[in-house]
Design a protein around this ligand. Structure first.
Ligand SMILES: Nc1ncnc2c1ncn2[C@@H]1O[C@H](COP(=O)(O)OP(=O)(O)O)[C@@H](O)[C@H]1O
Ligand SMILES: [Mg+2]
Length: 235
């Protein structure tokens, strides 16, 4: 089974200040995990460590069954292709797959994200929600079993949030392990198996949302109203 495990991950800035402080965290296939914390808590740095984009100064990141794919917060910085389908094809192409396999992957990823009819569009002409789905499609074409999304709802409207959330829940239902970075627990806490609160570069709490939610305000997060079951934008 796929799993990524961070153990004692520590990252320091050039001036010696500690940005991530002995973080222990794992994400396994089949899990939906929310990684939450205030601005500057270290969420993006941790996601980059988990995805192997940066190597921590101390500690280890170990992945079994392939590295997690990371969908960046800034979708435009992840665009590589001239058209939507070209962009989604980049990963499978650089993995050396055959033309037929690339076409199959691209078709599947576009269908899953509702972008089939836009395959010839210039990625930079897409709406915010479409761009977000494109950046997810580009990762899905690599068929990752672990997917980390850095603030996937940022700057999306209600419909945009719902469409991204439903793509993620479909993947989760199929056994993909998903970590969603967000500070808005109200959008999806109802669906999560785990809530990890990161604060000042440390894991403040990690467990089922029912056990951890009460700690959210101490980490600078808004505690949504209502029961956990009501914390979703899908209903
Ligand atoms: N390359 C870097 N050099 C120095 N400080 C950095 C660097 N990258 C991030 N930081 C700092 O690390 C902290 C955590 O950043 P980040 O992971 O982006 O936070 P979050 O995603 O939770 O908002 C912030 O204080 C940020 O200013
Ligand atoms: Mg961030």
């Amino acid at each position: 089974m796929s799993r990524v495990t961070a153990a004692g991950v520590t990252v320091r800035a050039a001036d010696g200040s500690t940005l991530l402080d002995r973080v222990d965290l794992s994400l396994a296939a089949g899990e939906l995990c929310i990684l939450a914390g205030r601005n500057g808590a270290g969420k993006t740095l941790l996601a980059r460590c988990l995805a192997g984009i940066i190597t921590p100064g101390e500690g280890t990141v170990h992945s079994e069954g392939g590295r997690p794919a990371l969908v960046f917060q800034d979708t435009r910085s992840q665009v590589l292709g001239q058209t939507v389908s070209d962009d989604v094809a980049m990963g499978p192409r650089s993995a050396g797959l055959s033309h037929a396999a690339i076409d199959e992957r691209v078709g599947e990823a576009l269908e899953r994200t509702g972008l089939t009819g836009m395959h010839l569009r210039d990625p930079f002409t897409l709406s915010g929600g479409e761009q977000r789905r494109l950046s997810i499609a580009a990762m899905l074409a690599m068929r990752p079993s672990l997917l980390i999304l850095d603030e996937p709802f940022s700057s999306l409207d209600f419909e945009g949030v719902k469409s991204v959330l439903s793509v993620l829940l479909d993947l989760y239902a199929e056994g993909c392990g998903i970590a969603v970075i967000t500070h808005d627990l109200g959008k999806l806490a109802a669906h999560a198996d785990r809530l990890v609160l990161l604060d000042h570069g440390r894991v403040h709490a990690d467990g089922p949302p029912a056990d951890v939610l009460a700690d959210a305000p101490a980490c600078g997060l808004r505690l949504p109203r209502g029961t956990i079951g009501e914390m979703t934008w899908l209903r």
